[in-house]
Design a protein. Structure first.
Length: 439
């Protein structure tokens, strides 16, 4: 007997993906080979522990799968240690805290409104609740390097963090890990690089690697790396030099510290993704991501939009809509663009005047569209379509009074759904998207 309700919902999601363009920079398409092992017999096994050190029997094949994934990660990223068991990026990052800190220790990360991640010490995260978190920001919205290293150095000197994070979820430029390393080394702190967004670009050779400069690296496996939803923690030679037991500490933090048995089908999917990322074709893919991102950024800038950092050097663009549509306008852009089939997310911008619930920017990127074979010509179509939609939004402004926002947004939704231009653009985007199959 089929569960037709779930099956039909899956088919609806397949249709949505095929008929639209995915611009959320943290999303991508796993290959058919990866999806094949995700639904394999490996989904049935329980494998608490690590290879050759399991709590249950029958793990001889699972051991080989996990060792292969570890070895491929070590070779691809040129590190001596890799743990491939984290269920996702957030528990991977939390495991780093458990491996390097005690509850209440001082830690430091990039603030959420400046493009950082919740797990880098934001106050609503366990990482900000159980550790004394000090957040650094950016010095400006424009320039070739937006970090305020003087501020970071002063914060480190004042608060003496045991762990410092470098890495972002909404930063459009190259990250200079060596500058963070000088500050962390001087303070004797652990430096962890969260490369979740740029792991595929690093593997493809179009973004600098943090390996020579940091002690620990975390990454998800489903963004630019184009694998299943999962995560990895890697320890560098520099990390093992600082603490020879750091790899063992990471292992114990993941299991039994945070997780039970690993998802063996996920581990196999990660192994396949790492195999695919080691092929010459992946380097070509990574280069195309960056090229597409730069072209899309130019179209938006030429159309009068303000981009944080003045453009893009990686896979991601962060648009500050406050000069165009006013504070808190990200929600309007996200909703209207979704209606035409261009999916992205509202996002805070540096010096955000509003809140994460009503931010003033939008975040978008090119990994998923590039996977479908879209190139520079297609980026021009996407950018020009975005500009048409945003032009329709100039008559709207988020109410300053919080109690008025719900009704105002509901009215906006209704008007946009009935807008003739929105309907026409939806047809154009659907026809456009169907030319580019998803894997």
């Amino acid at each position: 007997m089929k569960d037709t309700k779930i099956y039909n919902l899956v088919k609806k999601e397949e249709k949505r993906q095929k008929e639209g363009v995915e611009l959320i920079p943290s999303e991508n398409y796993a290959s058919a080979e990866i999806r094949k092992v995700l639904s394999s017999y490996l989904v049935n096994k329980y494998s608490e522990g690590y290879p050759k050190k399991r709590y249950y029997g029958g793990n001889e094949n699972v051991d080989d799968v996990e060792v292969l994934a570890q070895e491929r990660a070590k070779k691809l990223f040129r590190v001596p240690f890799a743990n491939v068991q984290p269920y996702s990026g957030s528990p991977a990052n939390l495991a780093v805290y458990l491996a390097t800190c005690q509850p209440g220790d001082a830690i430091m990360g990039q603030s959420l409104t400046a493009g950082g991640h919740l797990t880098h010490g934001h106050f609503v995260s366990a990482t900000g609740i159980f550790y004394k978190s000090y957040q650094y920001g950016l010095k400006s919205k424009t320039g070739s390097d937006l970090f305020d290293y003087d501020q970071i150095k002063q914060l480190v000197k004042e608060h003496k963090p045991k762990l410092i994070w470098v890495g972002a979820t909404a930063y459009p430029l190259i990250i200079h890990y060596e500058k963070f390393a000088r500050i962390a080394d001087e303070a004797g702190a652990y430096l962890a690089a969260d490369i979740a967004h740029v792991a595929g670009l690093i593997a493809g050779g179009v973004h600098p690697s943090p390996v020579p400069y940091v002690h620990i690296i975390t990454t998800t496996t489903h963004k630019t790396l184009r694998g299943p939803r999962g995560a990895m923690i890697m320890v560098t030679a520099k990390g093992l030099k600082k603490d020879p037991d750091l790899g063992d500490k990471v292992n114990k933090a993941v299991f039994p510290g945070l997780q039970g048995g690993p998802h063996d089908n996920q581990t196999a999917g990660i192994a396949v993704a790492l195999f695919e990322a080691s092929q010459p074709s992946f380097k070509k893919y990574a280069r195309q991501i960056v090229s597409n991102s730069k072209v899309l950024a130019k179209v938006l800038i030429d159309g009068g939009l303000c981009l944080v950092g003045g453009g893009s050097e990686n896979h991601l663009l962060l648009v500050d809509l406050s000069p165009t549509l006013g504070p808190g306008s990200g929600i309007f852009a996200q909703k209207a663009l979704d209606m035409v089939g261009l999916t992205l997310n509202k996002n805070t911008v540096p010096e955000e005047p509003m809140s994460p619930f009503y931010p003033s920017g939008i975040r978008l990127g090119t990994p998923a569209s590039t996977t479908r074979g879209m190139k520079e010509k297609e980026m021009k179509f996407i950018g020009e379509t975005m500009l048409e939609v945003i032009n329709l939004l100039k008559i709207y402004r988020l109410p300053a009074e919080k109690e008025k926002r719900k009704d105002y947004i509901a009215r906006f939704d209704k008007e946009m759904k009935n807008n003739k231009t929105i309907k026409e653009l939806r047809k154009k985007v659907r026809k456009f998207a169907l030319r580019f199959p998803i894997p």
